[in-house]
Design a protein around this ligand. Structure first.
Ligand code: SF4
Ligand code: SF4
Length: 204
């Protein structure tokens, strides 16, 4: 992977070429005819700052910072609607995913605000530290990320019905500690190794 162009200006005209050469599926972006089917089909389109169609136009315009700091790539839930429906067979989802990888490496991830991103980080943190995805631990981390104690209370109250449903159907225990695997240090070793391989792969 070549180094991402550093834009001295707001519009970096080398960015589209860089995406084409370095992002999975980026070479297909030239096929986009701006029909908007992807954005119109996307269940998360309304929550994205820029739908896929607009995002591709922004890439062509060289708006690197705006593209990488947008919540669009964090909002994608990989439903593949866009991939199936695009009349030009542009692998929209893969391009968003690739942009997300670049954005994380380039340090844009923390600035980009997305509920899905916050949920993903809560899910990762919980599973990476305990080897389990305990609903309570993930939920508390996720709610906390949306505004500390106030976020926790606000989102907790707003989702009380869901919590009660989970408790009633025994999908969420309340009188036991969150579950975790026996050997978390072994898990850490595996994850560290995986990240090392990924970093090496990304640097190639
Ligand atoms: S559906 Fe395909 S061709 Fe249409 S705007 Fe989206 S990516 Fe471009
Ligand atoms: S895969 Fe992502 S971008 Fe495509 S329609 Fe689904 S949520 Fe939207």
């Amino acid at each position: 992977m070549t180094a991402i162009p550093v834009a001295a200006q707001k519009y970096d005209l080398g960015f589209a070429r860089w995406v084409r050469d370095n992002v999975d599926g980026g070479d297909m972006m030239n096929m986009c005819m701006q029909c908007g089917v992807c954005s119109g089909s996307c269940p998360l389109g309304e929550q994205m700052e820029h739908g896929p169609r607009k995002l591709f136009m922004m890439i062509r315009a060289g708006m690197k910072d705006a593209v990488l700091s947008s919540n669009s790539w964090q909002s994608c839930v990989s439903c593949y609607n866009c991939v199936v429906r695009c009349p030009r067979k542009v692998p929209v989802k893969y391009i968003l995913q690739g942009l997300g990888g670049v954005a994380v490496k380039e340090g844009y991830a923390e600035g980009a605000k997305s509920d899905n991103g916050a949920f993903g980080r809560a899910f990762w943190k919980t599973s990476a530290t305990t080897g389990r995805t305990d609903e309570r631990a993930v939920t508390v981390r996720y709610y906390w990320a949306s505004g500390g104690i106030m976020g926790l209370i606000k989102k907790g109250l707003a989702n009380m019905d869901v919590a009660m449903g989970l408790i009633k159907t025994k999908r969420m225990p309340i009188f036991s500690m969150p579950d975790k695997i026996k050997n978390t240090s072994e898990l850490k070793t595996i994850l560290d190794k995986a990240m090392e391989i990924q970093a090496r792969h990304g640097a190639e």
